[in-house]
Design a protein around this ligand. Structure first.
Ligand code: FAD
Length: 375
């Protein structure tokens, strides 16, 4: 017997899909309302840390992910000309039997999760969102954008950083730009790119890349945020190539591939932290809807997956849904997510405004220690 019989999850991204799998497999009737017309996902690559992999393994998708992604355990630091400065063993935050890091193509990750959601027996309705929530204390009556209605024991807002559910709950929180912008390209993997190598310095704050499969990788350049509306699609390659001119080594090959505007993405770093509790009555936020960080620690998806794992464990192990359950969820999730958001922002802040007190290795080590513990 679980604390809920049926659940609506709004948003079928990383957090929503993970929760759908765990709850449906535990015998809960799960509906997912996803605003996109289908399960395909855009985007380049993603760096999944060990603590994300631990949850993905619990979802039963590790074999598929490890077969298509690119695992590595060492981080390289290089000078702008490509000279290797240091090789740093990455913390295996998911435990010794998982790699420290797995690079993945985002569409592949989305496809694997979508299949797991289907296999678990959850119902996914695409092209749909919620327009109203009415919480009676016993149930939540939901109105959908297609005019249909439903009644659920629990509604979960897993609808990302610009969450509509957050707005429907009257939670006044919105993402804040951190002052940095990132250029990303999904491209061919040069043969000698076998892990992430970061360059701090040169024309950008950070130049980096992450292999995502035998033939693919993504590369990125982080600079001071520029007005997004001033960047025409057709000009994206020339902007990114100009910045990439400042880097050698593997960047010589990467630069030559920076030609197709459709493979280049420019976005700002943003952060968000909803104060605890993340629920109002029987509706709760998880994932980026509740906390989002710039990818300076590559912990965003990991924190979303941990939300899903902890909430599922409490719901499946409980016998009633009350504030005590949500408080227990917050006790295990809030401080941890807050530490990751604040550290991710701080790392960027130290680059924007250098400080003699900056202790990058110390901060990274503290976060590694935190996320290595099970949430
Ligand atoms: C530039 C950048 C790089 C990043 N790199 C990394 C990285 O390397 N490693 C890492 O771990 N994290 C990274 N992240 C963070 C990571 O991508 C996010 O933390 C994670 O994807 C959030 O998952 P989510 O499921 O909460 O939200 P999302 O992935 O945004 O999913 C939300 C889902 O809800 C749907 N939706 C939205 N609105 C509605 C609505 N009203 N109704 C119904 N459905 C809706 C969306 O279509 C989507 O499918 C990065 C983020 C950025 C911005």
């Amino acid at each position: 017997m679980a604390a809920v019989g049926n659940v609506l999850i709004v948003g079928g991204g990383t957090a929503g899909s993970a929760l759908a799998v765990l709850l449906a497999r535990g015998g809960v009737a799960v509906d997912v309302a996803e605003i996109k017309p289908d399960a395909t996902a855009l985007g380049s690559g993603i760096t999944l840390q060990g603590n994300a992999l631990r949850v993905l393994r619990d979802l039963g998708v590790w074999d598929r992910l490890s077969a298509s992604g690119y695992a590595f355990d060492v981080l390289g630091l290089r000078a702008p000309d490509g000279t290797l400065i240091a090789e740093i063993p990455d913390a295996r935050t998911g435990g010794p039997d998982l790699p420290a890091t797995l690079g993945m193509n985002r569409p592949e990750l989305a496809a694997v999760l979508a299949e797991a959601v289907r296999d678990a027996g959850a119902t996914v309705r695409f092209g749909l969102t919620v327009t109203a929530l009415d919480d009676s204390g016993e149930h939540v009556a939901v109105r959908f954008s297609d005019g249909t209605t439903g009644t659920y024991d629990l509604v979960v807002g897993a609808d990302g950083i610009r969450s509509a559910v957050r707005g429907l709950l009257g939670i006044d929180a919105s993402p804040k730009p951190t002052g940095m912008g990132i250029w990303r390209i999904h491209t061919r993997r040069p043969k000698d790119v076998e892990r992430t190598d970061l360059i701090y310095g040169g024309p950008c704050f950070i130049a980096g890349y992450c292999p995502t499969g035998p033939d693919t990788m993504y590369a990125y350049l982080v600079e001071k945020a520029r007005p997004r509306e001033s960047i025409a699609d057709a000009d994206k390659p020339s902007h990114m190539r100009a910045l990439a001119e400042g880097y050698g080594g593997a960047w010589d090959e990467i630069r030559a591939d920076i030609t197709d505007p459709d493979r280049i993405n420019y976005t700002w770093f943003e952060s968000l932290l909803v104060d605890r509790p993340w629920n109002r009555g029987r509706t709760v936020l998880i994932g980026d809807a509740a906390h989002a960080c710039p990818p300076t620690l590559a912990q965003g998806a990991a924190q979303c997956l941990e939300d899903a794992a902890v909430l599922a464990e409490l719901l499946l192990g409980g016998d009633r849904l009350d504030q005590a359950l949500f408080d227990a969820f917050m006790d295990r999730r809030f401080e941890r997510a807050k530490a990751v958001v604040e550290a991710s922002v701080q790392l960027g802040e130290w680059q924007l405004n250098p400080s003699p007190d900056a202790d990058v290795p110390g901060l990274m080590g503290r976060i590694s220690a935190i996320v290595s513990e099970r949430p």
